[in-house]
Design a binder for this molecule. Structure first.
Ligand code: BG6
Length: 518
């Protein structure tokens, strides 16, 4: 039977590609290894990388957390996690046994200097035993309040290395990166006191998604899109990150202190927006791309406060239903304050003050408990200068749309008007559709696979610089403050299983425009 992997390998579009790079031998130190992220995403991603042949001989994972665990206990915990969450299924018992040999555990209480000394000794002995050459990648998947302390403790124990040193030492930081401009700046200062900026890799897992990277390929590996990628031809842009999930498991505990603007808008959506709106970089290297992204973030007009031109709407879901299933309201979710005013939906209209985008509205929306899981970027082009076909005038959004589907069903489609066959000149919109799955075949790696591999290779292109974090917070913080200062909204204001608050429609002021019906 042709498996996805085989279809991928035999696909002519994949033939003659240069082999992927394999990193130098190294030890990945997963701090917070007993947490949810490590079990659901990180260790399964490392297993998938190992199984696909991307990891070097001697590759080692040293899990660290506060629990008093043994190597064997960690292996048992991760066995269940990998069998359930690995992308490459079914997990072969021999494959797992091989991988399990690279897994070790070290107890580290994050505020205990002695534990870091012990960590250093363990790293040394593992380096000798497994011939990792002493290269280390620390991955902080702990609660965010520990990030600064762990970085400082690693430096204090002489485990932080330095820029351009061999063996190399790098630090990967998970989100959330701060709660606002001031706390993010403080975290950046703490990290930079312990590590050189070139050693710090800030994760935004959206950048690891294939179709998000494809925004760059589509824009800059083709000549036909760039000439129309500007205010002369683009009417507006819509970015949607819709989620069906609510507050499953213990998620409400974190989410209720964050809300949609911190959880999704400040990071994932701003990253996607900056890739869509940036100028062509001078090269495809990390520095050039990050510089252009920062310029976009700097040029976004304020969403709140004096002189704000942007606008926003927030929402929170109440009880509802979907496909016959009754859904709780947000305030009834586990670990959520029953009087919570945290938003589970946010929509914004913003403007980017550059020659390319001046006056073009960018509409962004994201929410939990919407009817679908779907992430897309839709470029809505202007209407033709003259209405030669009467029918088009009556159709809202009749002009061309280019839609980049990030997930699911990754692909790109272009809609345009065509004549309906027949005796009369009748016009209907039709689509040209490119689908990743059917064109390239094979499975697409998970975002975390790509990002972990890049961090081991030392390529920071798909990671966030300190400046990007700073400018994204400078945009979102005044918005959060203005919400704090205004009276609490009439929450809940949308039913679970619907497309968010009706008020979000008011962000569109031009007749005939509105949110895409997905
Ligand atoms: C995370 C957010 O960063 O991204 C979650 O904290 C959200 O709230 C998730 O559900 C969405 O990621 P994905 O890859 O499922 O789109």
């Amino acid at each position: 039977m042709a498996t996805n992997e085989n279809r991928g390998r035999n696909n002519p579009l994949r033939r003659d590609l240069p082999p992927a790079m394999v990193p130098q031998p190294c030890c990945v130190v997963l701090l917070g290894v007993t947490g949810d992220l490590a079990q659901r995403k990180l260790v399964p991603a490392l297993y998938d990388l190992a199984t696909s042949g991307f990891l070097p001989a001697g590759f080692t994972i040293l899990g660290a957390a506060r629990r008093d665990f043994s190597d064997q206990q960690l292996r048992e915990l991760m066995k269940a996690a990998v069998f359930e969450h690995a992308r490459i299924q079914p997990v072969q018992p021999e494959g797992w046994e091989d991988f399990a040999k690279s897994l070790f555990y070290q107890r580290v209480r994050f505020d205990e200097p002695g534990d870091y000394v012990a960590l250093g000794c363990r790293l040394k002995s593992l380096a000798a035993e497994r011939m990792t050459g002493g290269n280390r990648l620390y991955y902080l998947s702990t609660a965010p309040e520990h990030f600064a302390m762990i970085a400082g403790q690693l430096r204090g124990a002489g485990l932080a290395g330095g820029a351009n040193e061999q063996p190399w030492t790098r630090l990967v930081i998970e989100k959330p990166f701060g709660r606002d401009t001031a706390s993010a700046a403080e975290l950046n200062r703490a990290l930079q006191a312990a590590f050189d900026e070139s050693q710090v890799f800030r994760i935004d897992h959206y950048l690891g998604k294939e179709t998000v990277q494809n925004i760059l390929a589509m824009r800059f590996a083709n000549a036909i899109f760039e000439p129309i990628w500007n205010r002369r031809y683009v009417d507006h842009v819509q970015i949607t990150v819709a989620e069906r999930v609510g507050m499953e498991g213990r998620r409400g505990q974190y989410y209720d202190t964050a809300g949609a603007a911190r959880d999704m808008l400040q990071n994932h959506m701003m990253q996607v927006l900056s890739l869509v709106a940036m100028e062509p970089p001078v090269g495809m290297d990390a520095r050039s791309i990050r510089e252009e992204k920062v310029k976009v973030l700097r040029a976004i007009q304020p969403l709140a406060g004096p002189g704000a031109t942007g606008a926003s709407v927030r929402g929170q879901y109440g009880p509802g239903s979907f496909a016959g299933q009754t859904l709780r309201g947000y305030r009834q979710e586990e670990m959520v304050d029953p009087d919570s005013n945290s938003e589970t939906y946010v929509a914004a209209r913003l403007f980017i003050d550059t020659w390319r985008w001046s006056g073009v509205p960018f509409y962004l929306r994201t929410g939990k408990r919407l009817p679908k899981r779907l992430t897309e970027v839709a470029i809505q082009f202007r209407s033709p200068p003259m209405a030669m076909f009467a029918e088009i005038e009556q159709m809202p959004n009749a002009a061309n749309q280019l839609v980049l589907r990030v997930q699911p069903d990754e692909g790109i489609s272009l809609s345009f008007q065509a004549k309906v066959p027949g005796m009369r000149m009748r016009i209907r919109p039709v689509k040209m559709d490119f689908r990743y799955g059917s064109s390239f075949g094979g499975d697409t790696p998970e975002a975390y696979e790509r990002l972990l591999l890049d961090a081991m290779l030392g390529d920071s292109t798909l990671f966030i610089s300190a400046d990007e974090v700073d400018y994204a917070w400078r945009l979102i913080t005044p918005l959060l403050e203005s919400w704090q200062e205004s009276p609490p909204p009439p929450f809940p204001n949308y039913a679970a299983g619907t497309w968010g608050p009706a008020e979000a429609d008011t962000l569109f002021t031009t007749p005939g425009t509105g949110w895409r019906k997905l």
